[in-house]
Design a protein around this ligand. Structure first.
Ligand code: MCA
Ligand code: AMP
Length: 477
């Protein structure tokens, strides 16, 4: 089966729809023309998989949209990735070129395919959008696990189409909507929901740059009807009543990527009259559970499964857990929005699924009799969420251990009002080595992403271990 993932963008009657990416304020017609040039260039270059240095800019959006139109798989490289993480992504994904500008520190090994830095007026002569096989990979998104290096998650066009159509139905997302957000463009939230979403539906898109309360208030004054944010963004908005008040005019405020604290939900309700609509998902599954626009919006509840998605809870004994709203179990999901596996890692792909084909989310949840889900936490202490970013403790520990001043270390997430969890590293210094906290923080930032830097380093003489010699992280912090 072939598809046009961007059904909305391709509709001539939507050509005047708003597209604002930071300072670039333009219309669908110009995005389509610009992306068509990218698609035509990709066709000539013959690339099947390209990397995009995913800054929140026009070139990222035009490049990604062009690649999707051409059926070329995109590997978004986090804008703040350190050298080690970037090299890993480029090598592991075997991309053939950079699409658009490469990061400053790039070693120049890969060819660069140009993307115009400003909107173009007309598409190339006789360019026509082609239907692309819906089973084809649209994106390889890199995401952290509890151990090892980030894995490439293969997302097909049909999974993305199913996920976006499900959200459109749940949120009554229409062409008349103007979506605003200030999310990064290298994850499901900001890129797939936040850019591909409007372009499939035919609605307006406004990437506001940094997601400050001022920027969200300005977008509300400028007519935005829907807003996406991670809990850190919402809690910063809730702390600024004058800016928050403007969001009262919106149709829908949506939170996801991490748990929205109840006090933030209540405070936003008091300030804006709006109850935030929470939804739940993962890079591997896209959004699977969402509060419906016409549904009950309650603090701490992430809603009901999207059309075609099934969920179940499994206890430690492997038995089903009742959906009584109280009993908790491991959340497993199945449905049309799931990924096609981790690139080049068949064993890890197989172990992510149960024998009967359900994906193990690693999250612990309760389900109410009416199907409403409550996410209780994660099963592993080694997968952290800070500012809505998923971060593997093992990845930071490996980076720290590369420093000669570190003999042993353990990384944990400590509860944080602003970030959800704050990364703290416990470090046993190598004998005879004097190492400063700043140096270790910079060391991690140079290898991984800026948001993976520990906020604090605690130097200790030894780490708490059990009889097996395994570090007991519960005894840290
Ligand atoms: C940060 N800073 C540091 C350190 N960490 N300085 C020294 N040491 C450190 N360890 C600096 C930062 O560089 C920044 O500096 C300043 O401190 C503030 O940083 P931070 O507190 O992190 O705030 P922020 O930069 O304003 O970022 C908060 C944020 C961001 C905007 C909420 O975390 C964010 O964009 N999160 C979105 C994550 C996301 O999209 N997740 C989706 C994946 P300076 O001010 O100089 O820059 S999840 C997903 O896709 C699924 C499917 C789902 O469910 O959605
Ligand atoms: P990522 O793959 O980076 O998208 O991270 C996925 C993880 O984010 C999930 O496994 C959850 O732990 C967490 N998550 C996403 N949305 C929510 C939510 N609404 N409430 C609680 N946790 C969430």
């Amino acid at each position: 089966m072939s598809d046009h993932l961007f059904a909305g963008l391709l509709r001539p009657e939507r050509s005047a729809t708003t597209v604002r990416i930071g300072e670039v304020d333009t219309r669908y017609a110009a995005l389509l023309a610009s992306a068509a040039h990218v698609a035509a260039g990709l066709g000539q270059a013959g690339a099947a998989r390209v990397a995009v240095h995913a800054t929140p800019t026009w070139t990222t959006v035009a490049g990604v949209v062009g690649a999707v139109l051409a059926g070329v798989a995109v590997v978004p490289v986090p804008a703040d990735a350190g050298a080690g993480e970037r090299d890993h992504i480029l090598r592991d994904s075997r991309v053939q070129a950079w699409l658009g500008p490469a990061p400053e520190q790039d070693d120049g090994r890969l060819p660069r395919l140009p993307v115009s830095g400003h909107p173009l007026d007309t598409p190339p002569d006789s360019w026509e959008p082609m239907g692309i096989d819906s089973a084809a990979t649209a994106f390889v998104l890199y995401t952290s696990g509890t151990t090892g290096t980030p894995k490439g998650v293969l997302l097909s066009r049909r999974a993305i189409a199913a996920g976006l159509d499900g959200l459109a139905e749940a949120w009554e997302w229409r062409p008349e909507d103007l979506l605003a957000h200030g999310l990064p463009l290298f994850h499901v939230h900001g890129l797939i929901l936040g850019v591909l979403g409007p372009l499939r539906i035919g609605g307006g898109l406004w990437q506001v740059g940094r997601p400050t309360p001022q920027a969200y208030a300005a977008a509300a004054r400028g007519g935005a009807t829907m807003f996406f944010g991670v809990p850190t963004i919402w809690s910063r908005i809730a702390a600024e009543p004058d800016h928050a008040a403007y969001l009262g005019s919106a149709r829908l405020l949506v939170s996801g990527s991490a748990a929205l604290p109840s006090p933030v939900f209540e405070r936003l309700h008091a300030l804006t009259g709006q109850r935030v609509c929470e939804r739940y998902g993962m890079t591997e599954t896209l959004i699977t559970v969402a509060t419906r626009a016409d549904g009950l919006r309650r603090a701490g509840r992430v809603g009901v499964p999207l059309p075609g998605v099934h969920t179940r809870l499994v206890g430690e004994d492997g038995r089903p857990v009742p959906h009584d709203g109280e009993s908790i179990g491991d959340l497993q999901v199945r449905g049309p929005t799931l990924f096609d596996g981790y690139l080049g890692r068949p064993e890890e792909t197989a172990s992510a699924f149960t024998a009967d084909g359900w994906f193990r989310t690693g999250d612990v949840a309760a389900i109410e009799p009416d199907g409403t889900h409550r996410i209780v936490g994660r099963a592993s202490v080694d997968l952290l969420k800070s500012g809505g970013y998923r971060i593997g403790a093992g990845e930071i520990e490996s980076a720290l251990l590369e420093h000669p001043g570190v003999a042993e270390c353990a990384v944990i997430g400590v509860p944080d009002d602003d970030l959800g969890q704050r990364i703290v590293a416990y470090v046993v210094p190598a004998a005879g080595q004097a190492v400063a906290e700043d140096e270790l923080v910079a060391h991690v930032g140079a290898r991984l992403s800026a948001h993976k830097r520990p906020r604090r380093v605690v130097f200790v003489e030894s780490l708490p271990r059990n009889e097996m010699g395994k570090v007991v992280k519960a005894r840290l912090g």
